[in-house]
Design a protein around this ligand. Structure first.
Ligand code: GSH
Length: 249
């Protein structure tokens, strides 16, 4: 395994980091989450895959505890408090840090392969944005349009796997898997009403989805029965179009 690339490049900058007083009881890694937040799930997958001991602080997004802005200046989760000294924000940045701290197992050792994987991880993160739009859709045309935008990206990934640029599943877990896992879990839940990752047209991605959705590091990245919780989220908190499809069929 190579030495991490320019570890100083990851040094916390004041704008993103709030220095915290170290307390005697603080766990080395404390992660602030909302249970159904996909970005939080990414970080929990990485923590589980790396086997890093950590403490979870579960927040109610509608009722954040006083003082949370000292840990997360944007009020967003995930926020990772490190060694009682600093807060890291943004799931991709947090996962890069955790991977370095945990021995680098979630990225290829080869710099080129590492760069390729990081690039597609950013692309997968864009698909998560599409998922946000899909869930927010209030009308059937908006839902269809959001699904088409997302499907286009899934088809690109399918082709990339087919060309051997990304390894087919199963494979050793990577930071890309940490981003794909929350997406796959969600696609599976509403598949019967809105199929996106289809076995027939996307065999590589479908195999990846089925493998990853059952990986212990992924399964343990959510508290409770994810399909039931997510269906309730769709019913109560989404824009309505997907809920209408699910109820109408
Ligand atoms: N780019 C950030 C996005 C994090 C994000 O959007 N978090 C949402 C929950 S999924 C949040 O905390 N929103 C603020 C709020 O709900 O008050 C990341 O990858 O961590």
């Amino acid at each position: 395994m190579e030495a991490p690339v320019n570890p100083k490049g990851f040094a916390p900058e004041p704008v993103f980091v709030k220095k915290q007083q170290e307390t005697a009881t603080a766990m080395a890694l404390e992660l602030y989450i909302f249970n159904l937040c996909p970005h939080c799930q990414r970080v929990r997958v990485a923590l589980n895959a790396l086997g890093l001991p950590h403490q979870l602080h579960r927040l109610d997004p509608a009722n954040k505890p006083p003082g949370f802005s000292a840990i997360s200046p944007l009020g967003s989760v995930p926020a990772l408090r490190v060694d009682g000294q600093a807060s890291l924000l943004d799931s991709l940045a947090i996962n890069e840090y955790l991977n370095e701290r945990g021995g680098g197992l979630l990225l290829p050792a080869d710099p080129l392969a590492r760069g390729v994987l990081r690039g597609w991880t950013g692309f997968a993160s864009d698909i998560q944005s599409d998922m946000g739009k899909l869930l927010a859709a209030e009308t059937e045309p908006a839902l269809t349009s959001a699904a088409a935008t997302m499907s286009k990206k899934w088809r690109v990934l399918e082709g990339i796997i087919d060309q051997g640029i990304l390894p087919a599943a199963p494979h050793p877990l990577t930071l890309l898997d940490a981003v794909l896992a929350p997406l796959f879990l969600r696609c599976r839940v509403f598949h019967d009403h809105l199929p996106l990752v289809e076995a027939g047209s996307m065999p590589h991605l479908h195999a990846w989805q089925e493998w990853l959705s059952n990986e212990p590091a992924v399964v343990q990245a959510v508290d409770g029965d994810f399909p039931a919780l997510f269906l309730r989220f769709i019913d109560q908190r989404s824009g309505g179009a997907l809920a209408a499809r699910i109820e109408g069929e």
